[in-house]
Design a binder for this molecule. Structure first.
Ligand SMILES: [Zn+2]
Length: 668
């Protein structure tokens, strides 16, 4: 059992970049700057709590003053490293803007910064939660940042990037700290458990990741609580004793119940779990992960893809069709996204699962003997779709689980589910209407109040954008990590923008005319932009900087007139859509491709939807006839609808000015 001592988070705060969990892109850039002796005088670390901003700040501060740097990494032996590790470095100053609004502290810096450092090369000021500074303190800081002495290094950290004045941002090199990835977090937990002489099961590590939502600090706090009440071994039962979560076997059983159409078992499990205080957000996420593994396994037949599951776990689940799994994943993701952190997650998640059962049953009824066994992405997208060959196999061969009892059960319960669905739908519609009205009212009010501020915000965002490109322009030898950082910054800068949506019918139209040789050509072209030399530097640095929104994106399909790009996440797909709305950017891309194209960008979730829809149409022999679309017409109509939206907003704003909004009663 763990004794009462310093928290795990403090004890195991990494002291070198090599020991740090995750953030490889950011570390690569900082180490490169240290190595080349080209560090910026001010950096800004933005990102949610517990992601390691302070740890990186401290290591960077120490490394900047290390007298014996090896390849950009601090030595941990020199006097400066030693004093930094003891928190007694005379040249490193830490200020927590959250505990004092900082005017005096910042003025103190202003006076103090001009004198030379005592031991090291730099005087380093780490200002945590910098968004909490008062206006006066920000102004004082700005004066210092405008003309910093050569020996000054400012490391600003914030959880609220949007609250930082543009004038400050434009003087800093900004880094966006994303949530820590699963394997980095688990590696760190494993290492610490080993040091503390605990054996922690893989299943527990996975569950801690979901519970902590990518915050290493939260993850270590959970591990610590478990160590306090357990001796040397932590298994899923010990975790369940403190945090009510479902075991892997319970989750598998739920998925099996869904496949088998057992409504009652699903409902019973939910009611019991709710009574015990289950966190349904965590439950939804871990169900999605299991389904993802089942899909991967079914597509590849390769056990190497299994992380949570073992082969034995798949016995029943793998009998279901791929389509069922995709549908289940969709329903779950939707339920999770809509209700995360709300009190309705229990009800909504349950309904989404029941909906999945009902969907599967309806589908089985309509198509009693056929299901798609396995298709390869390349098969559908690559070749001319007319030649595509999808294997059809008999369901009866797969599963012998359609007993008479279940058929009876279905006829008893399907009506109830339908009622539940309809009722919920109606409720949510009324609720949505009320919310919409309220939102509209609030929006107009805000617009009235913020008219003056708005123009300032727009100016800010323009500055921020210029800054993001500037960072890269200054660097001559660009690394991939810098490109990734630029991309994530642009995503941050554009987070309040709305992009056009890509219509499913348009994509289907593309897929009908898709040609593999076209895709190979475009694929090659994009890969060229990001080609690396033997030192891992970008060969075509300039092109990479222009076309960075495409970095890591995949070409899914290409027809004579259209290109479909798939991005790992929604944020990147949105960024790409926004960029493509810009004519100048588009022209540059077209020039590279040798001709004009309509370019659709979607995220991997939508891609899964598209594949299902395409397969459904294909199986039913009802794929639409291809329509040739004009590139110019498409982008022209896009621009027009965007303009219309802006005009509408102006109208609302105008109305808000004419009427005294506060006089309008809500609820009439
Ligand atoms: Zn050192």
């Amino acid at each position: 059992m763990m004794e009462n001592k310093k928290s795990l988070y403090r004890t195991y705060r990494p002291s070198t970049f090599k020991a740090l969990a995750g953030h490889k892109n950011i570390v690569d850039i900082l180490v490169k700057q240290l190595k080349e002796n080209k560090i910026s005088h001010a950096v800004l670390f933005a990102g949610q709590r517990g992601t390691g901003k302070t740890s990186v700040a401290r290591i960077f501060a120490k490394s900047a003053n290390c007298t014996n740097l090896a390849d950009g990494f601090c030595c941990e032996k020199c006097e400066n490293c030693f004093s930094a590790n003891n928190n007694s470095a005379p040249d490193i100053f830490e200020i927590d803007a959250a505990s004092n609004n900082g005017v005096d502290e910042i003025r103190g810096i202003k006076n103090n910064v001009s004198t030379l450092p005592v031991l090291g090369k730099y005087k380093v000021y780490i200002i945590d939660e910098v968004h909490m500074l008062t206006k006066g303190a920000f102004n004082a800081l700005l004066k210092t940042l405008e003309e910093p002495p050569a020996h000054a290094l400012f490391i600003l950290a914030t959880t609220e990037y949007a609250k930082i004045p543009a004038t400050i941002i434009s003087r800093c090199q900004t880094f966006n700290f994303q949530k820590i990835d699963k394997s980095s977090l688990k590696d760190r937990l494993k290492l610490i458990s080993k040091e503390e002489k605990y054996i922690v099961s893989e299943e527990v590590l996975n569950e801690i990741f979901y519970l902590s939502e990518g915050s290493l600090r939260d993850a270590l706090n959970i591990l610590e609580q478990l160590m306090i009440v357990n001796d040397s071994e932590i298994n899923i039962e010990s975790l369940k004793a403190i945090f009510y979560i479902a075991t892997k076997h319970e989750k598998i059983a739920i998925i099996e119940s869904i496949i088998n159409g057992e409504f009652e078992r699903v409902i019973n499990y939910f009611e019991k779990a709710d009574g015990q205080g289950m966190d349904f957000d965590v439950f939804a996420l871990s169900l999605i992960e299991i389904i993802k593994e089942v899909i991967e396994y079914k597509l590849t037949n390769n056990v190497d893809f299994l992380r949570v599951l073992e082969k034995d776990d798949l016995k029943v689940i793998q009998l279901s069709s791929l389509e069922t799994m995709f549908r289940l994943a969709d329903n779950l993701s939707e339920a999770y996204a809509k209700t995360k952190g709300t009190t309705v997650s229990f009800n909504y998640l349950l309904i989404s699962l029941l909906k999945s059962v009902a969907d599967i049953k309806v589908k089985d009824k309509n198509q009693p003997t056929h299901s798609i066994e396995k298709t390869e992405e390349t098969k559908i997208m690559g070749e001319d779709s007319q030649k595509t060959n999808i294997k059809i196999i008999n369901v009866e061969e797969e599963g012998k689980d359609t007993s008479q009892e279940k058929v009876d059960f279905e006829s008893k319960t399907s009506i109830d589910t339908k009622n539940i669905q309809e009722q919920t739908y109606k409720d949510s519609m009324t609720e949505r209407k009320v919310n919409e009205n309220l939102e509209k009212l609030l929006e107009s009010q805000n617009q009235l109040n913020n008219l003056k501020q708005e123009s300032r915000i727009i100016d800010n965002s323009i500055n921020k954008k210029d800054e993001a490109t500037k960072i890269v322009n200054e660097s001559t030898t660009l690394l991939l990590s810098e490109l990734a950082n630029l991309q994530s910054l642009e995503i941050l800068n554009n987070s309040d923008q709305e992009s056009h949506s890509v219509e499913l019918s348009n994509i289907i139209n593309l897929l009908v005319g898709a040609k593999k040789e076209f895709r190979d050509l475009i694929d090659k072209k994009i890969a060229q932009w990001f080609e690396l030399d033997e030192n891992n530097k970008l060969i075509h640095s300039e092109k990479a900087q222009v076309f960075f929104p495409f970095y890591k994106a995949k070409v899914s399909a290409v027809s004579k007139q259209e290109i479909l790009i798939k991005c790992d996440d929604f944020a990147q797909a949105k960024l790409l859509c926004l960029k493509l709305e810009n004519r100048e950017f588009r022209q540059k891309v077209f020039k590279e491709f040798g001709r004009e194209f309509i370019i659709y960008a979607i995220d991997s979730n939508k891609w899964e939807d598209v594949k299902i829809e395409f397969k459904n149409l294909k199986v039913r022999n009802s794929l639409p006839t291809r329509i040739e679309v004009g590139v110019f017409e498409y982008y022209d109509s896009l621009a027009k609808s965007k303009l219309e939206k802006t005009l509408n907003n102006d109208l609302i704003e105008g109305a808000a000015k004419i009427f005294d909004i506060e006089e309008i009663e809500i609820g009439e």
